[in-house]
Each structure stands twice: as structure tokens, then as C-alpha cells.
Design a protein around this ligand. Structure first.
Ligand code: OAD
Length: 256
């Protein structure tokens, strides 16, 4: 992974900083790679979750129905890991940019809550969150906070007796309607999009920068690896880790 700021990367960072300063409505879109340096595993790649587990077993409604205790054990581990995590310097750099520039919307595929922990506002969670759970049979009972006591007896149950499911988007499910509508509207109206740490293979999040590019809007990609976005016209590639590149962007914008 690229962790050193080379001269050519520094040049591109300066260019990105100018674009950010000039942009009216900037929108940021993040994926699992944003959290890698905080210790969260990504989904794909060498040590990704989907190398070890089958998404159909753990992240699907069918999986939860078939083996709810196993799925809840997995989410319990992920929740515990996320609660212990701290945002890395890249997170704070992004938060600094957001408060300095005027609150810009941040669309994330992540459920770890690290953007909020770093003090960011207007976070649009496209794939749900790990804060709450709800009845798998949509009985109408209110959402339940995902606290430690929920994991004492697995699987946790709703007051109606059905099992609970975490409020994350599972495979084959629709994304939260309001969040999705807003994300598409933003892709269609922003002046600049910053895409950080996503492999760009999961639709519809992957289509957001394409919508912006089609309108002639520039996209800045921060990722140590190439993605399907990297080679498209209008993409500025910052080939590096979020925790290294974002603080450098802030330095270039604010001179600190
Ligand atoms: P992936 O795991 O598919 O991709 C992670 C991306 O982060 C890759 O392109 C890496 O190169 C990049 N990356 C790794 N380290 C990085 C770093 N330090 N800084 C910046 N980038 C880095 O994750 P997503 O694209 O977020 O869905 O995956 C999308 C969805 O697939 C997830 O939300 C999840 C999964 O199945 C659901 O659970 C619904």
C-alpha cells in the first residue's frame, strides 16, 4: 500500500486542494477502505471479510433466518470491534474540512459510525447502521438500541417474539429510500465529488460518481489501489491511504 507522499502525489494533492477550495457543493462518498487504518476489515481484497465468510450466510435475510445465532454472533463481534475503534487522522482531517468549508454532505457505505465519532455532520448512511436493530417481521415495535445486553442470549428477540435483525442493509434488500434518493440528488447537483476507500463494485453507491462525471463534474478518488473509477475521464487519482492523504489535503487547504 502507498503510505509515502511522493512528489507526484504531493502535486496531485495540491491540485485536489485547489479543486476543493473552488467547489461550491462538494459531496464525499466513503467505503470500507476509509476505516482500514482504524482497524476495520474491508470486505474485499486479501484480508477482506468475504475471503473468510460467505456474504449469503452472514449478511442476508435468508442467513439470519437459517442461523440467527451465528449471524448475531458475527454482528456482535463487529459491533464490539466498532465500539472500541477510534477514528484515524484522516477522519479528523475530513471533519476539519467539513467544518471549515461549510457542512457538506457525506455519503457512506460504512456502518461503523466512525465519521460521527470524528465529529462529522450530515452523514448519509446508505447501508444502514450498527446502532439499532428491528423486528425481522416488521411487527411495528420500535427499534432497539444495539447494547451489550442484547447479546446475552442469542438470537435477540423482539417484544413480539420474532427475532431481531440489525438495521444494516442485507444482501438483496433495498437501501433506505430517503438516503438513496438524497444520494442520487446530490450526485446530480454537486460541483465536486470526493470518493474514498471503495472498490466501486457495489451498486448503487458505485453509480454516484459516474452520475457526477457524466455531468462534467470532477471526481477525486483516494484509494491505494486502482478501481473501475480510476481510469475514467474527469477522475483525479490520489493513489494513497486515506489516513495519509486527507491530512495532507487539509494542510494544503489551510496551510497547517
Ligand atoms: P471493499 O472492501 O469492497 O473495498 C475497499 C476499498 O478500500 C478497496 O478499493 C481498497 O483498495 C480500498 N482501501 C484499502 N485500504 C485503504 C486506505 N487505507 N485508504 C483508502 N482506501 C483504502 O469495500 P466497499 O467498497 O466499501 O455492503 O464495499 C461496499 C459494500 O460491499 C459494503 O458496504 C458491504 C460489502 O458487501 C453491505 O454490507 C451491504
Amino acid at each position: 500500500m502507498e503510505s509515502v507522499i511522493t512528489e507526484s502525489l504531493a502535486y496531485l494533492i495540491a491540485e485536489a486542494a485547489d479543486m476543493i477550495e473552488a467547489a461550491g457543493l462538494m459531496v464525499v462518498s466513503t467505503g470500507a477502505g476509509m476505516s482500514k487504518e482504524s482497524g476495520v476489515r474491508t470486505f474485499r481484497g486479501e484480508d477482506g471479510f468475504w475471503k473468510e465468510y460467505r456474504a449469503e450466510d452472514l449478511a442476508s435475510l435468508e442467513g439470519i433466518t437459517r442461523n440467527p445465532a451465528l449471524v448475531w454472533e458475527w454482528y456482535g463481534d463487529r459491533l464490539k470491534a466498532c465500539q472500541e475503534l477510534k477514528p484515524h487522522t484522516g477522519y479528523y482531517a475530513l471533519a476539519r474540512l467539513q467544518h471549515g468549508k461549510g457542512i457538506f454532505p457525506l455519503i457512506t457505505q460504512n456502518v461503523d459510525g466512525l465519521h460521527q465519532k470524528a465529529g462529522m455532520e450530515d452523514v448519509i448512511e446508505l447501508h444502514g447502521n450498527l446502532r439499532t436493530a428491528s423486528c425481522i417481521d416488521s411487527c411495528g415495535a420500535s427499534r432497539v438500541q444495539m447494547t451489550a445486553d442484547l447479546f446475552e442470549k442469542l438470537p435477540p428477540r423482539c417484544s413480539c417474539g420474532s427475532i431481531l435483525r440489525p438495521d444494516v442493509v442485507l444482501f438483496g434488500e433495498q437501501l433506505p429510500e430517503q438516503a438513496l434518493k438524497r444520494a442520487f440528488r446530490l450526485a446530480d447537483s454537486c460541483d465536486l465529488m470526493l470518493v474514498i476507500g471503495t472498490s466501486m463494485v457495489v451498486y448503487p453507491a458505485s453509480s454516484l460518481p459516474l452520475i457526477a462525471l457524466r455531468r462534467g463534474v470532477k471526481v477525486i478518488e483516494i484509494n491505494p489501489e486502482e478501481t473501475p473509477l480510476s481510469s475514467l475521464d474527469g477522475t483525479l487519482n490520489l493513489r494513497g491511504a486515506a489516513g495519509r492523504v486527507l491530512p495532507e489535503i487539509v494542510k494544503a487547504v489551510y496551510g497547517e
